[in-house]
Design a protein around this ligand. Structure first.
Ligand code: KIV
Ligand code: ZN
Length: 516
């Protein structure tokens, strides 16, 4: 058996199931391309039958990447499989991932079925999936709590039906590493055709053991690991890709290896965290802000004398550069472009870089060191041409008055004013803006954070929903109501051009131009 460990990334499927982390198709494609560069072997791109958005994403990712296998999830249901095959039709290397519950909890309470019947359904699903693609993975859901003897029967049957990979998920994150490892060993000892398939570990982190369980699986014969960037995923998350990759790379005595390009890990992590708006805990292994920060005097002293005293991984090996002080007014365009790319602003042309660089120099003159937050502010606030801009924001609020907002907006060059009250200052301001643009927009996410960790400036992120599509906006200001207005306007500026152009013509009666 080879010691190559296949990295199956499910950030865009299990990871994306986290509430509030949903991504648009272009965002998923951006992440998928980065995963390809990172060197993952399989990208689980979505669950095509679950929504038109997921279907579209699987299709676009299939078009966009070349080397990794692109995988679509299904239940053991014919229509799911047919839809997944359709979504994967442009994939150079398609895989259908189908499966059914394997524990008695699932068999009895989810399916009201019997052990024999779920095996029968699993076998049928594999055979049906094989009629579309050669590469079929089967998941035995809740295998972590399944009876090993039954599990072995199920695994043998689906391999006989043609499964090329069999996934043994610890769906509830219940297993102890010793038991999960023993489960994989049991399968190797009792499934007669196990050499015909790759065994895969898919572990959840409910008890903080996902990485340990995955490693135990590898040590007992599994050769594929199902992981996510930053360990995001249902509930407490999945096994994190960066932890497994760095365990294999750091423990030289282990024979296992993966194709992960570890120097891209930090960049990959930042991209996923920012796009999914899921901050990484500072002490997270490998990619947390403090993972390489030595703060105690004793540690600093040791590291200065010899890094090996307290460091088992060189920060450069995971692509860590000190971002906090690199960019100054003396930095050139190349340095700026490098950092913008690191944050996900790719493919900027020379022409596009000119106004960005000018705005950067202005900002760098005011503030000595620019960090990631400043760059995002630069890209979202300063340099983009806006059809709509807020020219005046005044809000009266407090616990003794009904909040009321007066807003002046410049819309396609003309200035308009509106006022509205609301349940709070932001609500009043947004209602005043809605009057001016002639539409009440649905805000489905609203988040205020401190900028650069200080209490001076607020950073607001807003997501609006128009006609089923999401548009994100960011705003930055000392006053969080003004930041909220800026974020809302920033999102509105991303609405379809036809809508933005028509706002002036469709003005309702209660608009009036400033000065009239
Ligand atoms: O955790 C799990 O069991 C899963 C399967 C659908 C593969 O995510
Ligand atoms: Zn899962």
């Amino acid at each position: 058996m080879s010691d190559k460990i296949f990295i199956f990334d499910t950030t865009l499927r299990d990871g994306e199931q986290v509430p509030g982390c949903q991504l648009s198709t272009p965002e998923k494609v951006t992440i998928a391309k980065e995963l390809e560069l990172l060197g993952v072997d399989v990208i689980e791109a979505g669950f095509p039958v679950s929504s038109p958005g997921d279907f579209q994403s699987v299709m676009e990712i299939s078009r966009a990447v070349t080397n990794p296998i692109v995988c679509g999830l299904t239940r053991a249901v014919e229509n799911d499989i047919k839809v997944a095959a359709e979504a994967l039709k442009y994939a150079k290397r398609p895989r259908i991932h189908t499966g059914i519950g394997a524990s008695d909890y699932h068999i009895k309470y989810k399916f009201n079925s019997t052990r024999d019947h779920v095996i029968e359904r699993g076998v049928r699903a594999v055979k049906y999936a094989k009629s579309f693609v050669e590469d079929v993975e089967f998941y035995c859901e809740d295998a972590g709590r399944a009876d090993n003897e039954f599990l072995a029967r199920m695994v043998e049957a689906v391999i006989k039906a043609g499964a090329t990979v069999v996934n043994i998920p610890d769906t509830t994150g219940y297993c102890l590493p010793i038991d999960y490892g023993a489960k994989i060993k049991y399968l190797y000892d009792h499934v007669s055709n196990i050499d015909k398939a790759i065994i895969s570990c898919h572990c959840h982190n409910d008890l903080g053991m996902a990485t340990a369980n995955t490693l135990a699986g590898i040590q007992n014969g599994a050769r594929q690991v199902e992981v996510t960037i930053n360990g995001i995923g249902e509930r407490a998350g999945n096994t994190s890709l960066e932890e497994i990759a760095m365990i294999l790379q750091t423990h030289k005595e282990l024979p296992y290896f993966s194709n992960i390009e570890s120097r891209r890990l930090t960049q990959m992590s930042t991209m996923v965290s920012k796009m999914m708006r899921m901050p990484v805990q500072p002490n997270k292994a490998i990619i947390g802000r403090n993972a390489f920060a030595h703060s105690s005097g004793i540690h600093q002293d040791g590291v200065i004398k010899n890094r090996d005293t307290y460091e088992i991984i060189a920060p450069e090996d995971v692509g860590l550069v000190d971002n906090s002080i690199v960019l100054t007014a003396r930095s050139g365009k190349a340095a700026l472009k490098f950092h913008l790319e690191r944050l996900g602003y790719k493919d900027l042309t020379k022409e596009e870089m000119i106004p960005i660089y000018d705005a950067f120099l202005e900002m760098a003159d005011e503030k000595k060191d620019l960090n990631d937050d400043d760059l995002i502010r630069l890209m979202h606030g300063e340099v983009m041409e806006q059809a709509i801009s807020a020219e005046f924001v005044q809000v009266l609020c407090g616990d003794a008055v009904k909040p009321v907002a007066t807003i002046d907006l410049k819309i396609n060059g003309e200035l308009f004013r509106s006022a509205a009250n609301g349940s709070g200052p932001v609500n009043a301001a947004y209602r005043a803006i809605d009057k001016l643009i002639g539409e009440k927009l649905e805000v489905d996410e609203y988040l205020v954070q401190s900028m650069n960790g200080s209490r001076d400036t607020g950073k607001v992120h807003v997501r609006i929903n128009k006609d089923g599509k999401h548009y994100q906006g960011f705003g930055f200001h000392k006053d969080i109501v003004v930041a909220s207005v800026d974020a809302y306007i920033n999102a509105i500026n991303k609405l379809p051009i036809a809508f933005l152009k028509n706002i002036n013509e469709n003005k309702p009666m209660h608009y009036f131009k400033v000065g009239q």
